[in-house]
Design a protein. Sequence first.
Length: 149
Amino acid sequence: MKSTNRIKIISLFILLIVFQLVSAQDKKESQNLSEKEFTIENCVNEYTEEKSDATDSGHRFWFVDKDFIDGRTLKLSAVKPNQATHPPHTHAEDEFFFILEGKAQFYLDGKTKVVGPYTSLYCPANVAHGISNAGDTELKYLVIKKYPK
């Protein structure tokens, strides 16, 4: 499969996940979206490291923050070799990670697995999880999560 086709398929997969995070309970919030004006300027968000927030372990870039629509988010995290954004933790929301570059060690409920690019990782709500850079190059991954409004 050509690299361009793989990127298109991955992009469609990511968009599908983001939009599936809206449940039937979110219908009212979704109806309020029709009141917001969407333009090419606020619907396109291009990544640059210069627009990213620095973190202790690298940087993060919010493609979609929790205030853009209804709490759904899409964030890129970049982590330096042999580091993690934070230790394993739990929270009430589930989330997805999607590995773009590098080697990640995924922790889920007491077990770990090392994975590479084009791998999706699911973190169920209230289950201990974490991700760290298991390689010698920068790890880049997407975080897809819906925060309560």
